[in-house]
Design a protein around this ligand. Structure first.
Ligand SMILES: [Zn+2]
Length: 278
């Protein structure tokens, strides 16, 4: 009589276990977004850290429990509407996820600002270029994760200028608003949106007194036009800590907080970001 050797049965079971462990589940949350929104890629049942690639490059995964991995992604505000592919792989296994980007008409707003903040002198132009170069060095760095759970709004007031609006300044210069303006009184406390390290706390030409927090995993939050700082460079802050106070320094028409979020160097809508189901 034919008999299967026990060693073969064990081998077959090991192979079966390996194959089923390798079949992971991956999804995009939410699967339909506006240009400039953030999204999550959640992978479960993955035996090791997966790899995900979008049109913008690699996504950075973090462990979220037993064989669970989560990554934050974003699309630029100028992204054309359509379906974009995100490929998640784990060894031999590959999953193609669809990210739907809606068509949105962002509103246009006309603003009047001090002329020297719109048409720059050669000296100011040099300063702005220098600041831009410094900031792009900051966005390029991906540190270890310090953030924990949902991000909060730094100031709980209404929004006076939303993300993505096209601003026409002094009837000549156009710029897309890549953050949100939150109403606030001079001196009102501004909180850290999550735990992170202060990587900038100084006066910039457009941003005025600006704080930038590095939360790790390529996520940064930006707080502009502050009247006063309450943190210094290098400091670790916890979610909800007071980092500064509302003001109107830099290119501002009055006291308010400009709040920005960067995800792997892409400006994302902070409202979409704080709603992500972490
Ligand atoms: Zn703003």
């Amino acid at each position: 009589m034919f008999r299967v050797k026990p060693v073969l049965i064990v081998l077959a079971l090991v192979l079966l276990a390996y194959t089923s462990a390798d079949a992971f589940h991956a999804e995009i949350l939410p699967a339909e977004i506006n240009p400039g929104d953030a999204f999550l890629v959640k992978v479960t049942g993955s035996p090791g850290e997966p790899l995900a690639v979008s049109d913008n490059g690699r996504l950075y995964f973090e462990n979220c429990g037993d064989s669970c991995y989560i990554a934050v992604g974003a699309v630029d505000v100028r992204t054309e509407p359509g379906v974009y592919e995100i490929v998640v792989s784990n060894g031999e296994n590959k999953k193609r996820l669809e990210l739907h980007v809606r068509h949105i008409e962002f509103p246009v707003r006309r603003l009047t600002l001090p002329e020297d903040k719109v048409t720059l002198s050669s000296e100011n132009l040099k300063r702005v270029e220098k600041e831009k170069a410094r900031l792009s060095l900051i966005w390029g760095k991906v540190s270890d994760r310090l953030w924990d759970g949902k991000f909060i709004m730094p100031l709980e007031n209404s929004i006076s200028a939303g993300f993505g609006i096209k601003r026409i300044m002094n009837r000549k210069k156009e710029s897309i608003h890549r953050g949100i303006d939150i109403r606030g009184k001079n001196g009102e406390a501004v909180k850290a949106a999550n735990t992170g390290r202060v990587v900038l706390a100084e006066e910039l030409f457009f941003g005025g007194n600006t704080v930038i927090i590095d939360h790790g995993q390529g996520i940064y939050t930006v707080y502009m036009h502050l009247s006063k700082f309450n943190v210094t460079y290098g400091e670790i802050v916890s979610k909800g800590d007071i980092i500064g106070f509302v003001g109107s320094t830099g290119r501002a028409t009055g006291p308010h907080l400009h709040f920005g979020v960067k995800v792997t160097a892409v400006n994302v809508n902070p409202v979409s970001f704080t709603r992500l189901p972490f």
